[in-house]
Design a protein around this ligand. Structure first.
Ligand code: C2O
Length: 513
């Protein structure tokens, strides 16, 4: 194993990913930010310097952070935000995690404005078929507005098409930082591959709200990994990737030499109002067997967008079976909760449209974090007493925890659990009524969509000490409070040796918008 060191400088910039100038927050002047690529067992050291006027934190999505919960990078939960002008060093290993994931800001809605990047972990013994080349495809919805302003409108009566709780509809999207808007933009993300090879494309939805449906004209894709879990190969025509999910697909460059469109279609079902200018399909170019310069982008490709009759269609997540999978263990600790969202009225704008887990709507602590408060470090104004905005379930000893979730809301919610992967042991329409579960070889992943008006049951082994967030990854929903926390093995986390300067930063953190 080796140690890989990165310097991340986070700052405000003006950028134009789809040709329209916009206010962005980026790492090292890049969107997407630097890709971290490593082997399992490696140590990663990232020195993050915050040059923004607001505090920030960087989260390593999906990693277990066993014994290093305080480097999970979740502002107000595992650390205080890194204050403006200050730095923080994240230092952790992959402890058995293998596959495709990403990193992003986890403070307010900052990642919506650009603080994202790919995180790829290789292992010799990964249970996937062989391939010749390996590429990350980061897809994201894109907003021309700045996220704090959009969030404000989201909460405010009359803000977005008259109703609080209408999620901002994106203006378009990007593939690896490049999008199109309107008919004039002919800039595309370009991928030049060798013919007659097998490529692994790691699809990552780094967006804030909508699922992206990925396809390559004329090519069948073979799904081999989801959220770091190797799966039995499934042939598909396209893959819908929800916010924060990842899939690896194999693509064989054995078609006619030429150029083909890659397409990332925004899931318009999620749109709550009409945004007349929206670019609903983002494209990239994938070519092989031809000279790069021989095909100017403007003359591209006239391939039929769909595969011939009888070809496989969109991935059905029910077809995902982990390689070597088997039944999930029986639950020894059960938590029931409901998901709902509603307009509440109230004096401050944050209290107008809120998301609820049971009856709690999360608001980030200021001047401390859940973990630090647990360690007795209630700094600043002692605001760790904001208890009614914190829903924390404590697991005192190792357990197989079961979440039984009723989504009472009319929206789909891509939920993510920090620090663990969970087995999806059941789901169905309506409310949960003790239906039988199909626990033969449930899928194991870290982010799943809980559709509107359905129930879901998840299980995972809770033996990883610390505070772990479970939340909807739609940035508007998380900001409206759709988050709850597990406090696992508190007597173990009480022994964490947290660098003193991290605790000291709490007094200076400022806000996270
Ligand atoms: Cu991708 Cu709470 O994180």
């Amino acid at each position: 194993p080796s140690t890989r060191t990165y310097d991340f400088v986070v700052e405000e910039r003006v950028g134009a990913p789809d040709g329209v100038l916009k206010h962005m927050l980026v790492v090292n002047g890049q969107y997407p930010g630097p890709t971290i690529e490593a082997n399992t067992g490696d140590r990663i050291v990232v020195n993050v310097t915050n040059k923004m006027p607001n505090s920030t934190a960087i989260h390593w999505h999906g990693l277990f952070q066993r014994g290093t919960n305080y480097y999970d990078g979740t502002a107000a939960i595992t650390q205080c935000g890194i204050p403006p002008g200050e730095s923080m060093v994240y230092n952790f290993t992959f402890d058995g995690w293998v596959g495709s994931t990403w990193w992003h800001a986890h403070a307010g809605t900052q990642y919506t404005d650009g603080i994202t990047g790919a995180l790829i972990v290789h292992a010799k013994n990964e249970s996937v078929p062989a391939y010749d080349g390996d590429l990350a495809i980061q897809m994201a919805d894109l907003y021309h507005g700045f996220s704090p302003a959009l969030l404000n409108l989201y909460h405010t009566p009359g803000g977005l098409e008259g109703t609080p709780g209408n999620e901002p509809v994106p203006d378009g999207g990007t593939i690896n930082g490049v999008g199109q808007y309107g008919s004039t933009n002919t800039t595309f993300f370009n991928l030049t591959l060798a013919p007659n090879k097998m490529y692994r494309l790691r699809l990552i939805n780094t967006g804030s709200f909508v699922a992206m449906d990925f396809s390559v004209d004329g090519h069948v894709l073979t799904v081999i990994e989801a959220d770091g879990t190797a799966v039995e190969p499934v042939e598909v025509g396209s893959v819908s990737v929800a916010v924060a999910q990842r899939y690896s697909v194999l693509l064989r460059t054995n078609g006619t030499a030429g150029a083909y469109w890659m397409r990332a279609a925004l899931d318009q079902d999620a749109f709550t109002y009409d945004n007349p200018g929206v670019q609903t399909e983002i494209r990239g170019v994938l070519r092989y067997g031809v000279d790069d310069d021989a095909l100017p982008d403007a003359f591209l490709l006239d391939n039929p967008p769909s595969l011939p009759d009888g070809s496989p269609g969109e991935l059905d997540t029910d077809d995902l079976i982990p390689v070597g999978g088997g039944p999930a263990p029986n639950a020894t600790f059960s938590v029931y909760f409901t998901i709902s969202m509603q307009y509440t009225g109230g004096p401050n704008y944050l209290s107008q449209f809120l998301s609820f887990i049971n009856s709690t709507s999360w608001q980030p602590l200021q001047g401390t974090s859940s973990l630090f408060a647990h360690l007795g470090n209630n700094t600043a104004d002692g605001s760790a007493t904001l208890a009614d905005s914190q829903l924390v379930t404590t697991v005192d000893e190792p357990h197989v925890v079961e979440f039984i979730i009723d989504n009472l809301d009319d929206g789909d919610h891509p939920f993510h659990l920090h620090g663990h992967k969970f087995w999806i042991v059941g789901s169905g329409a309506g409310r949960y009524q003790h239906q039988a579960l199909d626990n033969k070889a449930p899928m194991l992943r870290d982010t799943l969509v809980i559709p509107a008006y359905t129930w879901t049951i998840l299980r995972f082994v809770a033996d990883n000490p610390g505070f772990w967030a479970f939340h909807c990854h739609i940035q508007w929903h998380m900001a409206a409070g759709l988050l709850f926390q597990l406090n696992v093995l508190p007597s173990e986390s009480a022994k964490f040796d947290i660098p003193q300067y991290m605790l000291d930063q709490c007094a200076r953190e400022g806000n996270m918008m």
